[in-house]
Design a protein around this ligand. Structure first.
Ligand code: CMC
Length: 431
């Protein structure tokens, strides 16, 4: 850490010094942990616009350069050279696996893919038309009721068992959530297939015939998983950390993360983006919707555009655009109506001064919906796919938090602006 200091001059009080902490990459941070004790003041930063909530070694985003690193490796290199499970291993352990570690990890994950038979009964408690993310919140939370024997989280092995379990079971649970909506039977995992091909088998296969995964589509979905695996301290990851900071069960914390991810400003944006494209319907109406997005009196936003951190471009969007091209070509859908519409919308928005000045670029969700639709995944399942992949990041961040020597329960302060202290009047005299 550097020896630089920040001095705060508060009217009526003497100057107070705070150390400035220097990261490997990114912005220096003023360490204000002693501010309350030294001055009686708190800081106000709703939405965490300028506040680092933790120290982390996992993921780094440079929003101006449009750079995303997992454990120091650029996302482009990981997407090109590694599969999702190698990326999961990297995020969890800090280093990429060698050949034998890779095989051992893949075998371990394969051996945990089945869920307890009784978990299947949970699904029948939901309406068939329930949103699959609502089902995911319930069923993933319910895992905390099934696996009790490895819950000493001060033990690294117990933490690894929990990690392996949930990474292995998420594809099974997501596929079950889908099958439940269609009324088709749940498919058991197939251990002769790799992680992503097995997920496609459980999603699209039926007991009537053997599902044959298409390697181009499997690879595309695997890259989607990699692109969504972690994204530093976003809303759902912060939710998992905050929930976990009380020492709560990690599966219950993941369920909290899923609930947060569901919102349209976060993981729900891919679903909202596709709905928006359907609503626009035709290239001739793009101008009308761009005008709405710019109108201060209209709450409409261009879904799949903008990002809190990326103010140049979202590197995941670039990769996703390529994946989108590959998938549409493989399926002979190059002239897909929604894809063409998306391209036109992107072109017009990127040239429009409103979007240029506010640095609003397409984010990962702009293309991921189109790819997933082409893969045959229904719109309501898009955010479940995101949740499946992000579970790797959530579990890694949860573990980093509970093993951090500086770890404390998360407990923000507030700026109270409610009624001043007052007395309760007798009922008869209340207006
Ligand atoms: N369409 C039109 N205007 C926008 C958009 C948009 N998509 N996004 C931001 N703006 C405007 C916003 O109205 C504001 O204008 P002004 O300064 O005049 O008030 C300005 O740009 C700054 O936006 P903000 O809402 O203050 O920025 P934020 O950092 O709080 O929000 C965001 C980021 C992603 C929530 C927002 O851009 C948004 O809602 N985008 C659409 C939803 C979306 O695509 N979300 C997926 C995010 S990527 C996936 C993930 O990581 O979860």
């Amino acid at each position: 850490m550097s020896e630089r200091k920040a001095t705060l001059n508060i009217e009526g009080q003497g100057p107070v010094d705070f150390p400035i902490m220097s990261p490997t990459h990114g912005n220096d941070c003023i360490d204000i942990r002693t501010l309350g004790g030294k001055t009686g003041l708190f800081t106000y930063d709703s939405g965490f616009l300028s506040t680092a909530s933790c120290k982390s070694k996992i993921t780094f985003i440079d929003g101006d350069k449009g750079e995303l690193l997992y454990r120091g490796y650029p996302i482009e290199q990981l997407a090109e050279n590694c599969n999702f499970l190698e990326v999961a291993y990297l995020l969890k352990n800090g280093e990429l696996p060698n050949a034998s570690q890779k095989t051992a990890f893949e075998d371990t994950i394969k051996n945990h893919t089945m869920v307890h038979e009784q978990l299947a009964k949970f699904f029948s408690g939901f309406r068939r038309d329930a949103h699959p993310m609502a089902v995911m919140v319930g069923v993933v939370g319910a895992l905390s009721a099934f696996y009790h024997e490895a819950m000493d989280f001060s033990d690294a092995e117990h933490r690894s068992i929990s990690f392996n379990r949930i990474i292995a079971k998420m594809p099974t649970i997501v596929a079950m959530a889908y099958k439940y909506t269609t009324g088709q039977p749940f498919m058991y995992p197939r251990n002769d297939l790799d992680y992503t091909a097995n997920f496609m088998h459980m999603m699209f296969g039926t007991p009537c015939e053997t599902y044959k995964p298409n390697p181009v589509l499997v690879r595309a979905l695997d890259i989607i998983f990699t692109l969504h695996a972690d994204h530093e301290q976003n809303a759902s990851t912060s939710t998992v950390r905050l929930a976990g900071s009380s020492g709560a069960n990690p599966f219950a914390c993941i369920s909290a993360g899923i609930a947060c991810l569901w919102g349209p400003a976060h993981g729900g944006a891919n679903e909202a983006c596709l709905q928006m494209l359907e609503e626009i319907g035709d290239v001739s109406r793009v101008g009308e919707y761009i005008a709405r997005a710019k109108d201060k009196n209209d709450s409409f936003k261009l879904m799949g555009f903008g990002h809190r951190v990326y103010k140049n471009f979202d590197p995941r969007a670039k990769l996703m655009r390529q994946v989108c091209n590959d998938v549409l070509k493989e399926l002979g859908l190059e002239n897909d109506r929604l894809f063409k519409l998306a391209m036109e919308l992107e072109k017009i928005a990127l040239e429009d001064p409103y979007f240029v000045e506010k640095k609003l670029y397409p984010n990962v969700d702009f293309y991921s919906g189109i790819v997933q639709k082409a893969l045959g995944i229904p719109t309501s399942m898009f955010t479940c796919i995101f949740a499946l992949a992000r579970t790797v990041g959530w579990m890694t961040q949860w573990e980093e938090m509970i093993t951090d020597p500086e770890y404390k329960i998360g407990r923000p302060r507030q700026l109270y602006i409610g009624a001043a202290k007052r007395d309760v009047a007798p009922l008869a005299s209340r207006k």
